[in-house]
Design a protein around this ligand. Sequence first.
Ligand SMILES: *[C@@H]1O[C@H](CO)[C@@H](O)[C@H](O)[C@H]1NC(C)=O
Ligand SMILES: *[C@@H]1O[C@H](CO)[C@@H](O)[C@H](O)[C@H]1NC(C)=O
Ligand SMILES: *[C@@H]1O[C@H](CO)[C@@H](O)[C@H](O)[C@H]1NC(C)=O
Ligand SMILES: *[C@@H]1O[C@H](CO)[C@@H](O)[C@H](O)[C@H]1NC(C)=O
Ligand SMILES: *[C@@H]1O[C@H](CO)[C@@H](O)[C@H](O)[C@H]1NC(C)=O
Ligand SMILES: *[C@@H]1O[C@H](CO)[C@@H](O)[C@H](O)[C@H]1NC(C)=O
Ligand SMILES: *[C@@H]1O[C@H](CO)[C@@H](O)[C@H](O)[C@H]1NC(C)=O
Ligand SMILES: *[C@@H]1O[C@H](CO)[C@@H](O)[C@H](O)[C@H]1NC(C)=O
Ligand SMILES: *[C@@H]1O[C@H](CO)[C@@H](O)[C@H](O)[C@H]1NC(C)=O
Ligand SMILES: *[C@@H]1O[C@H](CO)[C@@H](O)[C@H](O)[C@H]1NC(C)=O
Ligand SMILES: *[C@@H]1O[C@H](CO)[C@@H](O)[C@H](O)[C@H]1NC(C)=O
Length: 434
Amino acid sequence: MEPRWSPRGPLRLPRCSACLLLLLGTAGFFQSYAVEVDVKDASNATCLYAQWMMSFLIKYETNSSDYKNATLSLSSNVTHDGSICGNDTQAALLAVQFGEGHSWSVNFTKTNETYQADFITFTYNTNDTAVFPDAKRKGPITIVVKDTMHPVQLNNVFVCHNTDSIEAENVTQFFWNLTLQAFVQNGTIGEKESRCDADTPTSAPTVLPTDANITTASTTTLSPAPTTVPKPVENPDTGNYSLKSGNKTCLLATVGLQLNVSQDKPLLININPKTTSADGTCGNTAATLRLNDGNSRFIDFTFVVKNASANVRRFYLKEVNVTLLNHINGSVILSADNNNFSKWDASLGSSYMCRKEQTLEINEGLQIHTFNLRIQPFLVKENKFSTAEECFADSDLNFLIPIAVGMALGFLIILVFISYIIGRRKSRTGYQSV
Ligand SMILES: *[C@@H]1O[C@H](CO)[C@@H](O)[C@H](O)[C@H]1NC(C)=O
Ligand SMILES: *[C@@H]1O[C@H](CO)[C@@H](O)[C@H](O)[C@H]1NC(C)=O
Ligand SMILES: *[C@@H]1O[C@H](CO)[C@@H](O)[C@H](O)[C@H]1NC(C)=O
Ligand SMILES: *[C@@H]1O[C@H](CO)[C@@H](O)[C@H](O)[C@H]1NC(C)=O
Ligand SMILES: *[C@@H]1O[C@H](CO)[C@@H](O)[C@H](O)[C@H]1NC(C)=O
Ligand SMILES: *[C@@H]1O[C@H](CO)[C@@H](O)[C@H](O)[C@H]1NC(C)=O
Ligand SMILES: *[C@@H]1O[C@H](CO)[C@@H](O)[C@H](O)[C@H]1NC(C)=O
Ligand SMILES: *[C@@H]1O[C@H](CO)[C@@H](O)[C@H](O)[C@H]1NC(C)=O
Ligand SMILES: *[C@@H]1O[C@H](CO)[C@@H](O)[C@H](O)[C@H]1NC(C)=O
Ligand SMILES: *[C@@H]1O[C@H](CO)[C@@H](O)[C@H](O)[C@H]1NC(C)=O
Ligand SMILES: *[C@@H]1O[C@H](CO)[C@@H](O)[C@H](O)[C@H]1NC(C)=O
């Protein structure tokens, strides 16, 4: 049962990737590789099949003691060792090795009806000077993270075109264009298909391998991905997002989000709540809501608790981190972080609300506009928002502004009128004296 492997690639990008390149204003170019793996059992039938693309965003410490983000993508020299078909008692294993000492693997377990990815093990080697030129610590670093994939029916092929990400330790792993089937029976792949939630029903049909033969399965073609969203003029739809801790809701958010990306020229992107999924972490003093819009856009909101005075505790938005990836190859288009906010402030145990549009300025190149915002990152009770503390823009005091402006204007008009009268009088006396 020698596993047969065929790292597939390079997938050359179609001619129009040049248009994307211009529109997204990214520099440089390198090919992205799709990996295809076909593990055979003793009778030479496929038992584990996968084709996917992945890349990694890794934060590492430099020799000048600050932190940098590096992108690690798969190159052509992918090798393969140690994959296992698996059975009722033993987990299946999918493993790849690439570049200068990096490796990645995931194991799968099965029940009578389903199979499921279990743990991902990723080792990156900071000795790879092409990726980590100035790493302080040189050598392999291994992280293990639980996969978030839902169980898939046995004999179904799992397909997910949209980008999914897993963040753990200092690494964010991105996966996209995934086709996968573990515990394949009779060597037949893809009789039925299971789609991930993020793939909308309108996504392009998948090119499925019709048999276990890799060479016929690899006739996949690339078409330009719809990264270049037409400029939306209308406000974004409002989405409802929540996080759970056990089976209790621990964070609630309702918000419409619009990104204003100014690279070369400004681009407004509305986040579509229908394709957006939420994850993150709850906590007693800090909580993070991470939104993945299913189009390679990731937005993290981090909230913290502060002690306003001895026994009044409040929460506020402290950090927003946005990552936009290229749809086709997963490279980072924009990664912006601002951990110096002090917005959306409300007392602990209540929710913060702002129906009017608000702007969060992440950096010169990126703003986020929020609409119909209501958020409660701490102490959610019974899956419901607690009393809202509304922002000033929403509040009734707001009517004072037009009144004040009106009064000032009125005053000005009176002033102008008086000076006009005085001026007229003066000039009239002037004429009379002639
Ligand atoms: C990804 O593709 C874009 C063009 O579509 C290119 O500018 C960029 O350098 C590529 N990056 C990677 C990591 O492949
Ligand atoms: C398995 O099939 C391949 C072609 O698909 C063939 O080259 C190889 O010899 C077969 N191996 C065994 C053990 O039957
Ligand atoms: C991860 O980042 C933290 C700082 O954010 C640092 O203290 C830690 O050493 C890093 N771990 C690795 C393995 O680089
Ligand atoms: C499962 O696979 C392992 C290793 O390939 C083998 O030793 C074991 O006998 C298999 N179990 C069953 C029930 O087939
Ligand atoms: C950090 O590493 C880079 C690349 O190896 C090297 O050029 C630079 O001199 C180093 N800086 C320090 C402070 O050691
Ligand atoms: C596999 O083949 C056996 C015997 O040919 C058949 O009974 C079984 O239904 C097949 N299983 C699948 C999933 O096609
Ligand atoms: C979001 O929640 C609000 C209040 O619970 C509800 O009125 C609204 O229909 C929800 N929107 C969606 C898109 O589910
Ligand atoms: C988008 O951001 C740019 C630069 O920060 C700004 O000039 C522009 O007014 C913003 N557009 C909108 C619609 O907010
Ligand atoms: C805030 O108050 C809590 C409980 O009253 C206390 O445990 C915590 O240490 C305080 N934190 C700060 C930064 O003062
Ligand atoms: C922002 O998010 C990216 C990707 O998830 C991550 O690599 C980066 O370290 C984050 N930055 C901060 C400061 O948290
Ligand atoms: C995924 O693959 C399909 C066809 O297999 C291709 O059209 C699409 O562009 C690919 N998407 C990405 C993000 O690579």
